[in-house]
Design a protein around this ligand. Structure first.
Ligand SMILES: Cc1cc2nc3c(=O)[nH]c(=O)nc-3n(C[C@H](O)[C@H](O)[C@H](O)COP(=O)(O)OP(=O)(O)OC[C@H]3O[C@@H](n4cnc5c(N)ncnc54)[C@H](O)[C@@H]3O)c2cc1C
Length: 199
Protein backbone atom coordinates (compact mmCIF):
# COMPACT_ATOMS: atom_id res chain seq x y z
CA UNK A 1 0.00 0.00 0.00
CA UNK A 2 1.41 3.38 -0.94
CA UNK A 3 1.46 6.10 1.69
CA UNK A 4 -1.36 7.99 -0.03
CA UNK A 5 -3.66 4.96 -0.10
CA UNK A 6 -3.86 5.20 3.69
CA UNK A 7 -6.06 8.28 3.26
CA UNK A 8 -9.66 8.72 2.16
CA UNK A 9 -8.85 12.22 0.92
CA UNK A 10 -5.68 14.14 0.06
CA UNK A 11 -5.93 17.90 -0.17
CA UNK A 12 -3.20 19.99 -1.71
CA UNK A 13 -2.85 23.52 -0.39
CA UNK A 14 -3.79 24.75 3.08
CA UNK A 15 -5.37 28.07 2.15
CA UNK A 16 -8.90 28.92 3.28
CA UNK A 17 -10.30 26.51 0.69
CA UNK A 18 -8.06 23.56 1.58
CA UNK A 19 -8.40 24.14 5.32
CA UNK A 20 -12.19 24.26 5.07
CA UNK A 21 -12.34 21.14 2.89
CA UNK A 22 -9.91 19.21 5.11
CA UNK A 23 -11.63 20.19 8.36
CA UNK A 24 -15.05 19.30 6.91
CA UNK A 25 -13.83 15.90 5.68
CA UNK A 26 -11.99 15.11 8.92
CA UNK A 27 -15.00 16.09 11.04
CA UNK A 28 -17.13 13.84 8.81
CA UNK A 29 -14.86 10.90 9.67
CA UNK A 30 -12.65 10.77 6.56
CA UNK A 31 -8.98 10.02 7.08
CA UNK A 32 -7.61 13.22 5.62
CA UNK A 33 -4.15 14.40 4.58
CA UNK A 34 -3.64 18.13 4.01
CA UNK A 35 -0.41 19.09 2.23
CA UNK A 36 1.06 22.60 2.22
CA UNK A 37 4.28 23.66 0.53
CA UNK A 38 4.75 26.90 2.48
CA UNK A 39 6.10 26.83 6.05
CA UNK A 40 2.78 28.10 7.45
CA UNK A 41 -0.84 27.26 6.61
CA UNK A 42 -3.38 29.88 5.54
CA UNK A 43 -2.35 30.86 2.02
CA UNK A 44 -3.76 34.30 1.22
CA UNK A 45 -5.11 34.56 4.75
CA UNK A 46 -1.67 34.81 6.38
CA UNK A 47 0.54 37.72 7.36
CA UNK A 48 4.27 38.35 7.71
CA UNK A 49 6.38 40.61 9.89
CA UNK A 50 9.16 43.00 8.84
CA UNK A 51 10.64 45.09 11.62
CA UNK A 52 7.88 46.74 13.63
CA UNK A 53 5.19 46.06 11.05
CA UNK A 54 2.89 43.15 10.31
CA UNK A 55 1.61 42.93 6.74
CA UNK A 56 -1.50 41.06 5.64
CA UNK A 57 -0.88 39.41 2.30
CA UNK A 58 -4.51 39.62 1.21
CA UNK A 59 -7.57 38.97 3.31
CA UNK A 60 -8.47 42.07 5.27
CA UNK A 61 -12.23 42.04 5.64
CA UNK A 62 -14.86 39.36 5.55
CA UNK A 63 -18.46 39.62 4.47
CA UNK A 64 -21.16 37.01 4.81
CA UNK A 65 -20.91 36.58 8.57
CA UNK A 66 -24.06 38.45 9.53
CA UNK A 67 -24.82 38.93 13.20
CA UNK A 68 -25.74 36.53 16.00
CA UNK A 69 -29.37 37.56 15.54
CA UNK A 70 -29.22 37.42 11.74
CA UNK A 71 -26.54 34.83 10.89
CA UNK A 72 -25.39 34.51 7.28
CA UNK A 73 -23.61 31.71 5.45
CA UNK A 74 -20.05 32.22 6.82
CA UNK A 75 -21.24 32.11 10.45
CA UNK A 76 -23.00 28.82 9.67
CA UNK A 77 -19.81 27.37 8.15
CA UNK A 78 -17.62 28.51 11.07
CA UNK A 79 -20.13 27.03 13.53
CA UNK A 80 -20.19 23.72 11.66
CA UNK A 81 -16.38 23.65 11.66
CA UNK A 82 -16.37 24.35 15.41
CA UNK A 83 -14.15 27.43 15.09
CA UNK A 84 -16.62 30.26 15.67
CA UNK A 85 -15.67 30.65 19.34
CA UNK A 86 -11.94 30.40 18.56
CA UNK A 87 -11.81 33.52 16.38
CA UNK A 88 -12.34 37.08 17.54
CA UNK A 89 -14.36 38.95 14.91
CA UNK A 90 -14.20 42.72 14.94
CA UNK A 91 -17.16 44.40 13.31
CA UNK A 92 -16.20 47.03 10.76
CA UNK A 93 -18.37 50.11 10.79
CA UNK A 94 -16.75 51.60 7.71
CA UNK A 95 -16.67 49.86 4.37
CA UNK A 96 -13.89 52.01 2.92
CA UNK A 97 -12.54 55.55 2.69
CA UNK A 98 -11.45 57.07 -0.57
CA UNK A 99 -9.50 60.28 -0.66
CA UNK A 100 -8.24 62.11 -3.74
CA UNK A 101 -6.24 65.26 -3.03
CA UNK A 102 -8.12 68.49 -3.80
CA UNK A 103 -11.13 66.48 -4.97
CA UNK A 104 -12.86 64.52 -2.22
CA UNK A 105 -12.42 62.55 0.98
CA UNK A 106 -15.40 60.26 1.59
CA UNK A 107 -15.89 57.37 3.99
CA UNK A 108 -18.66 54.91 3.22
CA UNK A 109 -20.30 53.15 6.17
CA UNK A 110 -20.70 49.37 6.19
CA UNK A 111 -24.46 49.27 5.58
CA UNK A 112 -26.63 49.54 2.47
CA UNK A 113 -28.74 52.28 4.06
CA UNK A 114 -25.68 54.19 5.30
CA UNK A 115 -23.94 54.06 1.90
CA UNK A 116 -27.06 55.34 0.17
CA UNK A 117 -27.36 58.25 2.62
CA UNK A 118 -23.68 59.30 2.40
CA UNK A 119 -23.73 59.12 -1.41
CA UNK A 120 -26.90 61.22 -1.69
CA UNK A 121 -25.52 63.74 0.82
CA UNK A 122 -22.34 64.17 -1.24
CA UNK A 123 -23.89 63.90 -4.71
CA UNK A 124 -27.48 65.23 -4.36
CA UNK A 125 -27.91 65.71 -8.12
CA UNK A 126 -27.44 61.98 -8.64
CA UNK A 127 -30.04 60.86 -6.09
CA UNK A 128 -32.19 58.75 -8.42
CA UNK A 129 -29.15 57.08 -10.02
CA UNK A 130 -27.76 56.27 -6.55
CA UNK A 131 -31.04 54.67 -5.47
CA UNK A 132 -31.28 52.62 -8.68
CA UNK A 133 -27.61 51.58 -8.53
CA UNK A 134 -27.77 50.51 -4.88
CA UNK A 135 -30.94 48.50 -5.51
CA UNK A 136 -29.22 46.79 -8.43
CA UNK A 137 -26.16 45.99 -6.25
CA UNK A 138 -28.35 44.49 -3.52
CA UNK A 139 -30.16 42.34 -6.07
CA UNK A 140 -26.96 41.16 -7.77
CA UNK A 141 -25.43 40.17 -4.41
CA UNK A 142 -28.52 38.34 -3.22
CA UNK A 143 -29.03 36.55 -6.53
CA UNK A 144 -25.36 35.51 -6.67
CA UNK A 145 -25.76 33.78 -3.29
CA UNK A 146 -29.20 32.29 -3.91
CA UNK A 147 -30.66 31.90 -7.41
CA UNK A 148 -27.37 31.65 -9.28
CA UNK A 149 -26.08 28.74 -7.17
CA UNK A 150 -29.36 26.85 -7.58
CA UNK A 151 -29.35 27.43 -11.36
CA UNK A 152 -25.72 26.31 -11.57
CA UNK A 153 -26.52 23.12 -9.68
CA UNK A 154 -29.41 22.33 -12.02
CA UNK A 155 -27.44 23.55 -15.07
CA UNK A 156 -30.57 25.48 -16.07
CA UNK A 157 -30.54 28.70 -18.06
CA UNK A 158 -34.29 29.06 -17.52
CA UNK A 159 -33.82 28.99 -13.77
CA UNK A 160 -30.97 31.48 -14.07
CA UNK A 161 -33.11 33.96 -16.00
CA UNK A 162 -36.10 33.44 -13.72
CA UNK A 163 -34.41 33.68 -10.31
CA UNK A 164 -31.20 35.62 -11.04
CA UNK A 165 -32.24 38.04 -13.76
CA UNK A 166 -30.08 40.95 -12.58
CA UNK A 167 -27.07 38.75 -11.93
CA UNK A 168 -27.36 37.21 -15.40
CA UNK A 169 -27.80 40.62 -17.05
CA UNK A 170 -24.95 42.37 -15.23
CA UNK A 171 -22.51 39.65 -14.21
CA UNK A 172 -20.33 40.03 -17.29
CA UNK A 173 -20.69 43.78 -17.83
CA UNK A 174 -17.74 46.03 -17.12
CA UNK A 175 -17.85 48.38 -14.14
CA UNK A 176 -17.61 51.31 -16.56
CA UNK A 177 -20.74 50.42 -18.50
CA UNK A 178 -22.80 49.95 -15.33
CA UNK A 179 -21.53 53.18 -13.73
CA UNK A 180 -21.96 55.19 -16.97
CA UNK A 181 -25.57 54.01 -17.20
CA UNK A 182 -26.40 55.28 -13.71
CA UNK A 183 -24.22 58.37 -13.20
CA UNK A 184 -22.73 61.40 -14.90
CA UNK A 185 -20.52 62.65 -12.03
CA UNK A 186 -16.98 61.33 -12.58
CA UNK A 187 -16.04 61.62 -8.88
CA UNK A 188 -19.02 59.49 -7.89
CA UNK A 189 -18.06 56.89 -10.49
CA UNK A 190 -14.48 56.84 -9.20
CA UNK A 191 -15.68 56.40 -5.62
CA UNK A 192 -17.94 53.47 -6.54
CA UNK A 193 -15.63 51.76 -9.03
CA UNK A 194 -13.42 50.62 -6.14
CA UNK A 195 -16.00 48.10 -5.02
CA UNK A 196 -17.85 47.03 -8.16
CA UNK A 197 -15.25 44.27 -8.61
CA UNK A 198 -16.60 42.58 -5.49
CA UNK A 199 -19.99 42.33 -7.12
C1 LIG B 1 -4.66 41.17 -2.41
C2 LIG B 1 -5.86 40.33 -2.03
C3 LIG B 1 -6.82 40.85 -1.16
C4 LIG B 1 -7.91 40.08 -0.78
N1 LIG B 1 -8.82 40.59 0.12
C5 LIG B 1 -9.85 39.84 0.55
C6 LIG B 1 -10.74 40.31 1.55
O1 LIG B 1 -10.59 41.39 2.08
N2 LIG B 1 -11.78 39.52 1.93
C7 LIG B 1 -11.98 38.28 1.37
O2 LIG B 1 -12.93 37.60 1.78
N3 LIG B 1 -11.14 37.79 0.44
C8 LIG B 1 -10.08 38.53 0.03
N4 LIG B 1 -9.21 38.03 -0.91
C9 LIG B 1 -9.46 36.71 -1.42
C10 LIG B 1 -9.08 35.60 -0.42
O3 LIG B 1 -7.91 35.96 0.27
C11 LIG B 1 -8.86 34.33 -1.21
O4 LIG B 1 -9.98 34.09 -2.05
C12 LIG B 1 -8.72 33.11 -0.33
O5 LIG B 1 -7.88 33.35 0.78
C13 LIG B 1 -8.17 32.03 -1.24
O6 LIG B 1 -8.08 30.82 -0.55
P1 LIG B 1 -7.65 29.54 -1.35
O7 LIG B 1 -7.56 28.43 -0.33
O8 LIG B 1 -8.54 29.30 -2.50
O9 LIG B 1 -6.23 29.85 -2.00
P2 LIG B 1 -4.85 30.32 -1.32
O10 LIG B 1 -5.06 31.14 -0.11
O11 LIG B 1 -4.04 30.88 -2.45
O12 LIG B 1 -4.20 28.96 -0.84
C14 LIG B 1 -3.56 28.06 -1.67
C15 LIG B 1 -2.54 27.31 -0.83
O13 LIG B 1 -2.05 26.23 -1.60
C16 LIG B 1 -0.66 26.14 -1.43
N5 LIG B 1 -0.17 25.42 -2.60
C17 LIG B 1 -0.26 25.79 -3.89
N6 LIG B 1 0.28 24.85 -4.68
C18 LIG B 1 0.72 23.85 -3.87
C19 LIG B 1 1.36 22.59 -4.09
N7 LIG B 1 1.66 22.18 -5.33
N8 LIG B 1 1.66 21.84 -3.02
C20 LIG B 1 1.35 22.24 -1.77
N9 LIG B 1 0.74 23.42 -1.48
C21 LIG B 1 0.42 24.20 -2.52
C22 LIG B 1 -0.22 27.59 -1.33
O14 LIG B 1 1.05 27.69 -0.70
C23 LIG B 1 -1.33 28.18 -0.46
O15 LIG B 1 -1.08 28.08 0.93
C24 LIG B 1 -8.08 38.77 -1.29
C25 LIG B 1 -7.11 38.24 -2.16
C26 LIG B 1 -6.01 39.00 -2.53
C27 LIG B 1 -4.97 38.38 -3.41
Amino acid sequence: MSNLEKYDAVIIGAGNGGLTAAATLARGGAKTLLLERHNIPGGCATSFVRGDFEFEVALHQLSGLGTEKNPFIMRKIFNELGVMDKVEFVEEHHLYRMTIKDEFDITLPASWKGIREVLIENFPDEEQGIKDYMLLCERVVLESFMGFKAALKMNSEDMLMKNSKHYAEHGLRSAKSVLDKHFSDEQLKTLLAAYWCYL
